[in-house]
Design a protein around this ligand. Structure first.
Ligand code: ADP
Ligand code: ZN
Ligand code: ZN
Length: 765
């Protein structure tokens, strides 16, 4: 992205005034949209020991605090007057954390998403490296201590220890533990003050202490061979393997169960054979233990895993083993796209359509788009895989920018599910269920199948209504209804998180006729328990899976057949395999058909196809039933009768006519404040500044739409508004954004509101 020419001319002139010296251009964690120049530390100027290179961390004083910053550039000019330059206090690293290419990527991301570079860098660093902790890196790969019985200990008759009952207990604990031994945390849960006792066992050589790497070594079991690829899979693998070593993007479009993962595994084999690393990116929810088990069974190499559930130490360890090249395979969620990988050879991004690849707050980047840019800078191929391509990627494939590789058949013996709508108009419904759906469930359960009931709304009911006066439970801080949950005892706002007990009496008319309106997963579960008292039922949504490991044990109860009905939200739609599920019921899709967000139909279609893909994955044929009040909706009809590809083409054409993404490029300026007038005032001011800039730089064709109040105007006590920028070409938009945001940053009004820019927004509120 280029800088308007007047800025460049001026900085050249100033720069000449201070030359023939070394200056460090730093990314400092700060909301300001620029880097900062510093002088090297005094000892380096006099020939100090650590070499100053881009990618090295330094400690600097910044404002009134001391912070950790990253060197972006070592240069010989600056436009900061000499008397205002400070020296950095200390150099923290011996060698760069990021390669020059990665620094180019970080700078590109800051410029493209118009986000402060300091925060972009912070986002890319593990938490422990953002702190002033010089030991963190050198100890990152240090293992954890493990205690296990020695051979003597194993053969020992515990009776010989009988006069030391605590030693007996510890001995017993270790004897029952797995071969791998126990770590302190595990022993802590069983015994207190065990360390002195353990020390005695160590002295007697009954117990040995060792250190286990935080990167689990391969199991030692020989890797299993994959199945012989079918023709479509083999063609995809061959196509992408030929691209190794140069930039290319492939979109692997294959229905659920068509063997996409087998394609990835086979490609990874080829990359490992070249002694290169692979980065596999998955949506937060797609990173299932099942997927990891599958990878670990196939490759006898260490696999580093990066996701939001790790402790700081675990994260740093995985990051460092990726950076050192110790982990040939790195699997991670969104932010793993910034992991340094010295021998990176291939990036695979699974479920590329998934919205969780886009960070929706702070640094609003798309991990998919950053991955593609990274591959471009590093000269390597990217594979995007999905059963339901995003319209963006499909558009790129149609324009010839990506190769499109189709896997049309389900691999192995599985067949396609049969999808139908249930017209629920005028049908009696109880708790959101029609009797047609309940009857179908009964048939499938009687035949020995399992049933998945999907509803994308958690809680008991979307809201509570007074039957006598029409009062509705509204959030006091948001323009939204409160959700009834916890067996109708509490109300919660899903937008701001506030909670209160559900009143027993209407606050307006004191009537006790308060009723839940509509159904959420909790109510559905209750209704199903009444309907199927003999059948085990589980519910999977954010409320039931908050505890660590909860999801896993719920899923296991389905796999072992204890529970045969699953109720849940979109958490069920992705990644998981339920081989015995033969019926999928989708309870309500009508919201998705008539939403204010132009992407709602795309998301609805993706969800239907993804949820449907859970049925009949093994040898049992699957059926999908969708309850709707709009069975004739044209997009639904196209989706059901002609499939996702036809739907996507129709939707792309609609978007083209309406001049929306992906045909047009967008950026959204959002503002919010407690004062109800400020956001619109600020955005109006922003609009005027943008108009002046477009005229003076002759930037054409950037449309400014708004400002308008946000679809949900009040949220968490703040009033919100937005201004949309839309254009047929990307370049003019980016020409405008940089100088515009610099002006907004300096504007008085800009300091009174919270504002943010979202480039390529995924959600329009
Ligand atoms: P996807 O990632 O597209 O959902 P998977 O790669 O998980 O599909 O494959 C679905 C199932 O089919 C898996 O159990 C997998 O082992 C099996 N499978 C994939 N490819 C083949 C093949 N060529 N031959 C036999 N079974 C296969
Ligand atoms: Zn009332
Ligand atoms: Zn609220």
């Amino acid at each position: 992205m280029s800088i308007p020419c007047w800025r460049r001319a001026r900085s050249d002139k100033v720069a000449r005034m201070f030359s023939s010296k070394t200056f460090l251009h730093l990314a400092v964690p700060s909301p300001l949209r620029r880097g900062f120049d510093y002088l090297p530390p005094t000892e380096v100027e006099s020939g100090g020991e650590k070499e100053l290179l881009p990618g090295i961390r330094v400690r600097v004083s910044f404002g009134r605090t001391t912070v950790i910053a990253l060197v972006l550039e070592v240069k010989d000019t600056t436009d900061v007057p000499a008397n205002r330059l400070k020296s950095v206090q200390a150099v923290l690293d011996d060698r760069p954390l990021f390669s020059p290419t990665m620094i180019t990527l970080l700078k590109w991301a800051g410029a493209y998403y118009q986000h402060p570079i300091g925060e972009v860098v912070s986002n890319a660093l593990p938490g422990l490296l953002r702190q002033d902790n010089p030991e963190a890196l050198s100890t990152a790969l240090k293992g954890v201590r493990v205690w296990q019985l020695s051979d003597t200990g194993r053969e020992l008759d515990p009776k010989t220890l009988s006069r030391a009952p605590r030693q007996v207990a510890l001995h017993q604990l270790l004897a029952n533990a797995s071969e791998a031994g126990l770590v302190a945390k595990q022993i802590d849960t069983v015994q207190t003050h065990w360390r002195p006792v353990m020390a005695k066992l160590v002295v007697k050589a009954l117990v040995q202490v060792s250190e286990r790497s935080c990167l689990p070594a391969p199991s030692g079991v020989p890797p299993i061979q994959g199945p012989k690829l079918n023709d479509a899979q083999a063609a995809a693998v061959e196509h992408i393997s030929k691209q190794l070593g140069r930039f290319a993007v492939s979109l692997v479009d294959g229905v659920t169960g068509s063997g996409k993962t087998e394609v990835y595994l086979s490609l990874i084999d080829n990359v490992l054979a070249r002694d290169e690393q692979v980065l596999v990116l998955v949506p937060e929810i797609g990173l299932t233990p099942q997927l990891l088990t599958r990878f670990r069974a196939r490759f006898a190499v260490p696999i580093a895993v990066l996701h939001s559930g790790l402790s700081d130490r675990e994260r740093l360890c995985a990051w460092q083993s990726a950076r050192e090249g110790d982990a040939p395979i790195v699997i991670g969620t969104r932010s793993a796209v910034f992991t340094p990988l010295p021998r990176l050879g291939l990036i695979i991004l699974d479920e590329e359509h998934d919205i969780s690849f886009k960070q929706q707050e702070g640094f609003r980047y798309s991990a998919r788009d950053v991955a593609i840019k990274r591959a471009h800078f590093e000269g390597l191929p990217v594979v995007l895989g999905t059963a339901t391509p995003s319209l963006e990627s499909l558009h790129n494939a149609q324009q010839g920018r990506y190769s499109l590789l189709l896997l049309r058949e389900r691999a192995g013996a599985a067949s396609h599910p049969d999808i139908a709508v249930l017209d629920v108009r005028k049908q009696p419904m109880f708790d959101g269920l029609s009797s047609a759906l309940v009857n179908a469930m009964r048939r499938h359960l009687d035949a020995g199948g399992q049933v998945l009931v999907f509803l994308n709304r958690r809680g008991y009911a979307p809201t509570m209504l007074c039957h006598d006066c029409g009062w509705v439970a509204k959030c006091q801080r948001c323009d939204a209804n409160m959700t009834l949950f916890n067996r109708e005892t509490r109300l919660r706002c899903h937008h701001c998180g506030c909670e209160r007990p559900a009143a027993k009496k209407c606050p307006d008319c004191e009537s006790t006729e308060l009723r839940p309106v509509g159904a959420g997963t909790e109510r559905l579960e209750q209704a199903l328990r009444r309907e199927f008292p003999e059948t085990g039922i589980i519910r999977i949504d954010r409320d039931t899976t908050r505890r660590k490991g909860a999801m896993q044990s719920l899923l296991e109860s389905v796999h072992d057949g204890t529970n045969r009905i699953l109720v849940g939200t979109q958490m069920l739609a992705k990644g998981h395999h339920f081989p015995d599920v033969t019926l999928v019921g989708i309870v309500d899709i009508d919201q998705g058909l008539f939403s204010a967000d132009f992407r709602a139909t795309e998301r609805m279609a993706q969800l239907i196809v993804q949820v449907a893909g859970r049925a009949g994955r093994a040898e049992k044929p699957g059926q999908v039933l969708i309850q709707t009040h709009h069975p004739d909706h044209p997009l639904l009809q196209v989706l059901l009768h002609q499939g996702y590809a036809a739907f996507a083409n129709a939707a792309l054409e609609e978007r083209r006519l309406a001049q929306l993404a992906p045909h047009h490029y967008m950026a959204l300026l959002r503002a919010e404040a407690v004062d109800e007038h400020l956001p619109l005032q600020f955005l109006e001011h922003a609009r005027q500044l943008a108009e002046v800039l477009t005229r003076s730089f002759s930037i054409n064709n950037v449309q400014l739409l708004g400002p308008v109040p946000a679809p949900m105007e009040r949220r968490a006590g703040r009033v919100r508004a937005q201004l949309l920028l839309q254009t047929a070409e990307r370049a003019p938009l980016h020409h405008l954004l940089e100088p515009w945001l610099q002006q907004l940053e300096r504007s008085k009004l800009g300091r009174k509101v919270r504002w943010s820019i979202d480039v390529d927004p995924q959600e329009m509120f």
